[in-house]
Design a protein around this ligand. Structure first.
Ligand SMILES: *Cc1c(COP(=O)(O)O)cnc(C)c1O
Length: 360
């Protein structure tokens, strides 16, 4: 048993959480004896096969260290330097990857589309492509979708099919940033194939970290042609793990017995509870539908700093009074209660005469 003090669960990110038991056990499991390096091991083969079963598709699978590498390398394998990638203006590839997609593709330009609640639409894609067709414009080659989106909403299967259709018509490849794909899938409660290759997704960057792994994303190519020589791209980018089994074995742990689903469902449920407790408070406004494991909320002026001063960790990227609250596989109801207690103590101060009298 660990004697570490009980640490609070924060709402900053699902990557603030530790490793889930199934991933941890898989790491322990693969940690005996010698096997070949660089992915020629039974765990890597097993994890790739489990992903093929999961998607019901003969896909090509690669394991890399993180989401930035997965996205950038997947997009680089799709695009030439004179191409462009269409994505939502809040997309991680635009706002949080330090230009890595452009860097690894030797200059492919990221073009930003607006869209309500973090989603882009077939119309916006079509407009962006048809706006220009001359040689002076970077030729649109790929559309990148984030599922679940950066603001905690989810594309439905129908929305994805519509985007897939317009992409096919316009000769665009479809990339999906699935850092929170497990949360989206648990939210939609459909088969993985329905929101990936059947909807026209060519390559999915399936995030493991935010669903309870220590490290590692799976790049899943449904379009096999796009996977050609991707192994070289990974190696050149410093993304070929020599002890690969420690990246791949956790996928075995999380995919078998659907641990991924239990954890994603739990995180989503915690977010819904947090949302329902926040939205009834005075002066509090929910900003986006809570469809996965994140709640975006406008709080009364100054409350964000007050909560930070009380020690709570969470981000307010977009605006000083707008909090992004993320739940994880290990968020507990008592964490939500403690957070709410601190909020209520500030926005609905108890001014009963007895309390006032008690003060020295
Ligand atoms: C966390 C996240 C990633 C991956 O980020 P890394 O820190 O590179 O692992 C990618 N896309 C989205 C939308 C994310 O939230």
């Amino acid at each position: 048993m660990s004697h570490a003090p009980k640490r609070p669960r924060h709402f900053a990110s699902d990557n603030y959480a530790g490793v889930c038991p199934e991933a941890w056990e898989a790491l322990a499991d693969c940690n005996s004896g010698h096997v070949q390096g660089y992915g020629d091991d039974p765990w890597t083969a097993g994890a790739a096969n489990l992903l093929r079963d999961f998607f019901e598709k003969q896909c090509e699978v690669f394991f890399v260290f993180n989401g930035t590498a997965a996205n950038s390398l997947a997009l680089a394998s799709t695009c030439q330097s004179y191409h462009s990638i269409l994505c939502h203006e809040t997309a991680h590839i635009e706002t949080h990857e330090c230009g890595a997609p452009e860097f690894f593709s030797n200059g492919t330009k990221v073009l930003l589309l607006p869209g309500e609640h973090g989603r882009i639409t077939p119309d916006a894609i079509e407009r962006a492509v048809k706006r220009r067709s001359d040689i002076h414009y970077p030729k649109p080659r790929a559309v990148s979708l984030t599922q679940a989106t950066e603001v905690g909403t989810v594309y439905s299967a129908a929305e994805l099919h519509a985007i897939g259709e317009v992409a096919r018509k316009l000769d665009l490849r479809v990339h999906m940033d699935g850092a929170r794909f497990a949360n989206a899938l648990a939210s939609l409660n459909c088969r993985p194939r329905e929101i990936t290759w059947e909807a026209g997704v060519d390559v999915l960057c399936f995030g493991g970290t935010k669903n309870g792994m220590a490290v590692g994303d799976a790049v899943v190519f449904f379009n096999l042609e796009m996977a050609r020589e991707f192994d070289y791209r990974c190696k050149q980018a410093g993304q070929l793990a020599s002890k690969m089994r420690f990246l791949s074995a956790p996928w075995v742990g999380v995919l078998k017995d659907e641990a991924w689903k239990r954890h994603a469902r739990h995180a989503n449920r915690m977010a819904r509870i947090l949302e329902s407790k926040l939205q009834i408070l005075p002066g509090v406004q929910i900003l986006h539908p809570c469809e996965a494991n994140m709640v975006f909320v406008r709080l009364p002026p100054g409350l964000v700093s007050t909560l930070w001063a009380k020690g709570w960790l969470f981000y307010a990227h977009a605006h000083p009074d707008e909090a992004r609250l993320v739940c994880s596989w290990d968020t507990r109801p008592e964490d939500i209660d403690a957070f709410l207690t601190d909020i209520r103590s500030v926005i609905t101060p108890k001014k009963s005469t007895r309390e006032i009298r008690k003060k020295p």
